[in-house]
Write a protein that binds this ligand. Structure first.
Ligand code: TRP
Length: 336
């Protein structure tokens, strides 16, 4: 069982990313290794070029993201950890896949429609081609499983269609991967607006807890979290209590226990203040070691480059075989 996921180098990672995605990567790294296979995690700098970007900042954002993932527990000795642009087979395979991708299918992608509508100046061809490169990322490794957020569902479905269409035309070359949506963090909500998901783009700074926020800031954000005015206060999950339910879910995820256990443990609490403080403490206990490791990792860019170089070499051992087979099947390139 082989796992592949890609992570955007843009924006700060928040608690929803951490609990929903990053924790699942670390778990996937182990699960793939236990199954005698490998998980590949890729910082997708080429995808970050599909919307306006600052060349001076791109590399720094890639280092930031890499340092967070490594601090969270991705281990370059146990997985394959890469920067997308280092492994040229991704872009080469994207071209081959583009040949079996319908223009009309790309035109239907929700993310393309949203991002192109929001774009003030150039809507680039790369933005349109984004899902094909994403398909190539995964298919180059013949990966079986793709852990991504719900917003990427349509892209993974397209990737499956493209793999299928390629195989129908050129023989069984590629693996049709399965989508895997994380259960927990998908529902981590904004602390100020607990009916919308915690997000770097849409949410409020006060309602979004960043992995790299210091302990004081985390505490302040939880203390100001929106709850409700039920009297007497009731610490229970309930659709009519989105703020309280969110804090319970976060506390459960941070402590590694069930929401029911959280409800029991706070049965004697005097009010929502106790829940807020318990949650802030648990989140700080979870993130403090990550923040410490981050600082050390982020400070040594040469070491990060060395990790990427070693990852790319391991990656190429897999992707060069796929591309050799793909070129042979499509009749492109020299005789084999
Ligand atoms: N598009 C994904 C996102 O925005 C990132 C990504 C790029 C990805 N390539 C991938 C995810 C391949 C999974 C597999 O989150």
């Amino acid at each position: 069982m082989r796992i592949f996921s890609g992570i955007q180098p843009t924006g700060q990672k928040h608690l929803g990313n951490y609990i929903g995605a990053i924790v699942q990567y670390v778990e996937g790294q182990q699960r793939a290794a236990d199954a005698g296979d490998v998980a590949i995690f890729c910082v997708v700098d080429l995808h970050a070029m599909t919307v306006p970007w600052e060349p001076d900042e791109m590399r720094a954002r890639v280092y930031d993201t890499a340092a967070i993932l490594l601090a969270a527990g991705l281990d370059p000795d146990r997985c394959i950890f890469i920067r997308q642009s280092d492994v040229h087979e991704h872009t080469e395979l994207a071209w081959h896949l583009g040949a079996v991708t319908a223009h009309g299918d790309l035109n239907r992608m929700h993310q393309f429609k949203e991002k192109s509508a929001r774009q003030r100046d150039l809507v680039s061809a790369d933005l349109f081609f984004y899902p094909v490169l994403m398909a190539a990322d995964v298919l180059a490794y013949r990966a079986n499983e793709v852990p991504v957020g719900d917003d990427q569902r349509q892209h993974v479905e397209l990737m499956r269609d493209v793999a299928q269409r390629f195989n129908d035309r050129f023989g069984e070359q590629l693996v049709v991967p399965e989508l895997k949506i994380p259960s927990v963090g998908a529902r981590i909500m904004d602390l100020q607006d607990p009916t919308s998901k915690m997000s770097t783009t849409g949410g409020s700074v006060e309602g979004t807890v960043y992995v790299l926020d210091d302990a004081k800031t985390v505490e302040k954000k939880f203390k100001r979290a929106v709850t409700d005015s039920e009297d007497p206060p009731r610490i229970a999950r309930d659709p009519s209590k989105p703020g309280v339910s969110n804090l319970i879910d976060i506390l459960a995820a941070a402590r590694g226990i069930t929401p029911e256990q959280v409800e029991e443990s706070l049965a004697d609490a005097r009010g929502y203040g106790d829940l807020k403080i318990a949650t802030a403490d648990a989140v700080n206990a979870l993130l403090e070691p990550v923040r410490e490791r981050y600082s050390a990792l982020r400070a040594d860019e040469d070491a990060l480059e060395a990790i990427f170089a070693a990852g790319a070499e391991k990656a190429r051992a897999i992707t060069s075989e796929t591309l050799r087979d793909v070129r042979a099947a499509t009749g492109v390139g020299p005789r084999t």
